[in-house]
Design a binder for this molecule. Structure first.
Ligand SMILES: [Zn+2]
Length: 215
């Protein structure tokens, strides 16, 4: 009789453990499903808002042309955003926000490109990165060096004024300094170098020069 009771006890423990496990599985499944649903809800909510915005914008204007304008604006914005994120870490952006003229090209004696530009012109980061160094010396004047985390680094020299500090994170196109005539320089210009693993390469092979010429 005692033996029978013992078997009954073990069996009932076994059964309840089995049910506990099944229940737990079910609970985890429900949690997972719940998360999926809430993620999806957010997406639907965002989509609904976008549709509402479009509807409101179009209902205010009676002309169909305005809808076309709006759609064009949206697609233009999307294209622009895509373009700016195409190669965020490649230093292919002309580092000047203003008028310039190439005054000296790359050679074995001059491992850079010189952009003649008015003193005080905005100098921008050619790619996303982090400021590696900001210093002054008698040859290069005020200098900024940026690390772009993909073997690329860029150097900007003869600056009038710098706005960044060592270790600062930068976005492509962010203003880092004003151009000048500091150091060993006879006329206002930006001396711009691109290095791959510390070795200078011709910036004109990397910069998308045509896109910005004549700004
Ligand atoms: Zn130079």
């Amino acid at each position: 009789m005692k033996k029978f009771l013992l078997i009954l006890l073990i069996t009932s423990i076994g059964i309840s453990f089995y049910f506990y496990q099944q229940n737990n599985k079910l609970r985890l499944m429900l949690i997972e499903r719940g998360e999926k649903i809430s993620g999806n809800d957010k997406y639907v909510e965002m989509l609904t808002k976008k549709i509402e915005l479009l509807r409101n914008a179009t209902s205010k204007s009676s002309k169909e042309e305005n809808l076309e304008d709006l759609l064009e604006k949206i697609s233009f914005k999307e294209k622009a955003e895509k373009k700016s994120y195409a190669n965020p870490n490649t230093p292919d952006l002309i580092p000047i926000n203003g008028k310039y003229k190439i005054s000296q090209k790359f050679s074995s004696k001059h491992p850079a490109v010189d952009f003649a530009t008015q003193t005080g012109t905005k100098i921008i980061s050619a790619a996303d990165g982090e400021v590696l160094s900001v210093y002054e010396d008698k040859h290069y004047g005020n200098v900024v060096i940026i690390d772009h985390f993909n073997d690329y680094a860029t150097l900007y020299a003869h600056l009038q004024k710098t706005f960044v500090e060592m270790g600062e994170t930068l976005k492509k196109g962010q203003t880092i300094a004003l151009s000048g005539n500091t150091g060993n320089s006879t006329a206002p210009h930006l001396h711009f170098e691109i290095m791959i693993n510390g070795e200078n390469v011709d910036p004109l092979n990397i910069l998308k020069i045509n896109a910005h010429e004549g700004i």
